[in-house]
Write a protein that binds this ligand. Structure first.
Ligand SMILES: [Zn+2]
Length: 324
């Protein structure tokens, strides 16, 4: 079964490993995402996030440093895709993905995770767009110029988008970029749902009613996301599956079943978060094992029709609706 994964942190992991002296690249690494793994997964498209970890920048000018880091990571991603010698090709919309797929190749889509690096400058978002970025995760886990993040602190959770965040939403609507509400505060989620003229994604989040983590979505949020044509990507990070960080296919299947029943079968996709975590225990360790997960789900009550939607059709549908 073909797969579209809405979120992975491969480039973040490769750069981190290289800084530690390891010789790794997209074709050869011990992380969760590699060319071989994507081929095994029968990947149709993979979103590659340039995730900027702002914790490493302090003081004045830190967001500008973060912006330069994002551009550096996007460039590094270009170099990795180049290494695959045409086996993976960049895509900017659903048509590109289908075209690439017809040639027997894998499509790659650029995203940026941590909208704070825009530092209230729409021109930076324009630059990202020109660089091929088609999805922006508005926040990570700290307050930024767009809005407030998910938090266990109710005061933060009740604060939503800022004025600049509203400008970002309308710019992205206009340009045909996918707005990603994963990591956002609950109020931020509702602000985006109200404001956005296009459906949005929660690229890598699970069900909060099953695992009470603020990164997961409540049933009300899942329902409304689905009602607005949005898509939520099932996240494999063990602590978003189970509060003790012990995940397995059975527990993931429970999240998936719940998400499908609340948000609807047209609203759930895959957003692995691979290479973005190494904590917790999971029986699925890399993208090449996704076909095993598919087989497990098929044996445990999921119809092929629903799995087809979750594996790639829903992601492709929202890409066709949003990206120009
Ligand atoms: Zn994330």
């Amino acid at each position: 079964m073909h797969l579209i994964d809405l979120h992975c942190d491969m480039i973040w992991k490769l750069l981190k490993d290289r800084a530690e002296g390891k010789e790794v690249d997209i074709c050869r690494n011990e992380g969760a995402v590699s060319l071989l793994g994507l081929e095994k997964a029968e990947s149709m498209a993979q979103f590659f996030a340039a995730f900027v970890y702002m914790g490493k920048f302090q003081g004045k000018g830190r967001w500008s440093k973060g912006y330069r880091e994002a551009l550096m990571m996007l460039k590094a991603l270009d170099e990795e895709i180049e290494r695959t010698e045409g086996k993976i090709e960049w895509a900017k919309n659903a048509g590109d993905v289908l075209g690439t797929h017809r040639q027997g190749k894998i499509a790659a889509i650029k995203s940026v995770e941590e909208g704070g690096v825009l530092e209230e400058k729409i021109s930076r978002l324009e630059t990202f767009y020109e660089e091929g970025v088609r999805l922006l995760t508005l926040t990570w886990n700290e307050e930024n110029c767009i809005g407030y993040p998910n938090s266990r602190d109710r005061n933060i959770m009740e604060k939503g988008l800022k004025k600049f965040g509203m400008e970002v939403v309308s710019f992205m609507n206009e340009k045909g970029m996918i707005i990603d509400v994963s990591h956002l505060s609950d109020q931020g989620f509702w602000d985006v749902i109200c404001l956005s003229k296009a459906p949005v994604v929660a690229s890598h989040s699970n069900a909060r009613s099953l695992c009470a983590h603020p990164r997961n979505l409540t049933d009300e949020m899942l329902l409304e996301l689905g009602n607005h044509g949005g898509v939520v990507g099932l996240n494999l990070y063990p602590y978003f599956v189970d509060k003790n960080g012990r995940s397995n296919m059975e527990k993931l299947a429970v999240h998936l079943r719940h998400m499908v029943s609340v948000a609807g079968e047209d609203a759930v996709a895959i957003g692995t978060d691979f290479d973005g975590f190494d904590e917790g225990i999971s029986s699925i360790k890399n993208i090449g094992q996704m076909p095993d997960f598919y087989d497990y789900l098929k044996k445990h009550g999921f119809t092929e029709k629903i799995l087809e939607k979750v594996w790639y059709k829903n992601a492709l549908r929202i890409m066709a609706e949003v990206m120009k």
